[in-house]
Design a protein around this ligand. Sequence first.
Ligand code: ZN
Length: 604
Amino acid sequence: MGKPEQTPTRWGLPFPRSGPKSLLQRTLNQKYPGGRVPGTLLLALLLTATTHAQTSAQSATTTPGSQADQQRVQKLDTLKSPSKDDLLRGAYGPFRANNDLLSYALKLRVDPEAHFIKGTNTVRFRMLQDGDRIQLDLTPELTIDSITLNSKPLNYTREERAIYIDFPEPLHKDQTYAVAIAYSGHPVKQGRFGCFTFNHDAAGKPWITTACEEEGASTWWPNKDQWRDEPQEGMTLTIQVPNGLTDVSNGRFEGSQDLGDGYTEWRWHVHYPINNYDVALNIGNYGHFTAPKHGETTLDYYALPEDLDKAKLQFGQVPEMLDAYEHYFGEYPFDEDGYKLIEVPYAGMEHQSAVAYGNHFTNGYYGRDWTGVGISLKFDFIIIHESGHEWFGNAITAQDRADMWIHEGWTTYLETLYVEYRWGRADALRYTDGLKPKVQNQRPIIPPYNTNAEPPQDQYFKGALMINTLRSVINDDPKWFADIHDFYQAFKYQTITTDQVIAWWNARTGLNLTPFFNQYLRHADIPRLELRFPPDRKSVHYRWNADEPAFAMPVNVGDPQHWTRISPVTSEWRTMPLSGSIEDFKVDTDHFFVGTKEIMQAGQ
Ligand SMILES: [Zn+2]
């Protein structure tokens, strides 16, 4: 999801809630994210910290719509206590765990005039154990017209968005079943991207889109609304819209048919497992064009008539994007479904094989150099970021929303790889450095599991900086590129956990990277390298200050022309000779995302 662009950090607000002291500390971290803070500058920094922070943040991340943005900031930066609905949505309880999804068949009629939808989702699943109840989900704002098994009505109860469906006879382990949920109602516009919106284009024609990662797919269609279980045989979408409109959904287009009652039916077939939040409707007066196949990948583009010429130019970036990501990770993962870009009236979203695009056909983010280092305007952020999610987020999905850094941290890192592929490592490092001012270090990237808790914005930038740091730990680029390729391939088409990620990297490298991942993902603070210079200035003592006692990451220090790799630990000071002056002693913060703290000893 392209969240960060419309999400100013708290710097844009008048007073950070965490108070002036931590504001200063964060400013020091940002201004000197790994370099030393000269002691003599401390007072000056104290006086200028607030100004610096607010100025840089505003230029970096503020976008129009400040009221909505500020509401979102509250949600992003603060871990809110879970509601009853969050707990029902976030838990993988017994009536979810007793079955395994096989496929969805969603058939839906959309009435733009009445803002009304009516349809059926048929859910096929296999029982993993005997049982007489399963849980599906649908927002209480929509009406369930019936739930049937083999055309026989079933009893059910509703609690928040959960639907508990009861069967008169127990369902049997390893048997497959299909339950049809007929439903209808007026979907509610909500959230940053509107979730389900009945818009109009400039010509007054209906323009209806969905984007519900945060709010949950069950805001508009009944499904098993969690991330762990995806329908392994895919799904079909059969969408009826008034004649003259087109529906573009996920998967391969299989045909359309005039139903003779003023509506046309559009049929799409998804051939892969899919996240429920990726399932999308895009209904409008779309024009369609194609580009030559990229390898085995068909390229289909949809834009409003007045934007087709702009789209034909801007979407020319797609083959370069595919070249880069296929180079690092392997072929585009959804060739049976093809790759599509679809114009939408919001920023963008990684809907699987049907990427939503709303970046105004400009480079950067809405035309802004949003990382502030002169790289962002070289490419279209939405094409590059949202398409990166086809590899991380869609082909590989986190099982629990708390592990969403697997989507956003990796995809933000993919942006840096895209820069490296196109313009080289130096630009990639500059782009990566441009992420640092966005890091807040206010709470851990991973919030509590099973509660539908939203990770902080740090999942993007700090997540990518952590992965870049891991590359420096491995310190062997050919090996690194083989590692990330094989990591992706090992988990392609699966839903996974952070623990699985850590276990894979530990096995692959033979290193104990658990404290490394835990420090960056499960604590608010980044590791800090403490440096102590004795009065004779002939040596330097060093150790890690970290929350993880076993944190022992190697790091480069000394002369940037000839880095010295040292191995600090948290439990003791270690010592290296100091050949040059203290002022020339650097920490390699381009390659390692760490803080530093310099301790001058008496006599200086
Ligand atoms: Zn994203």
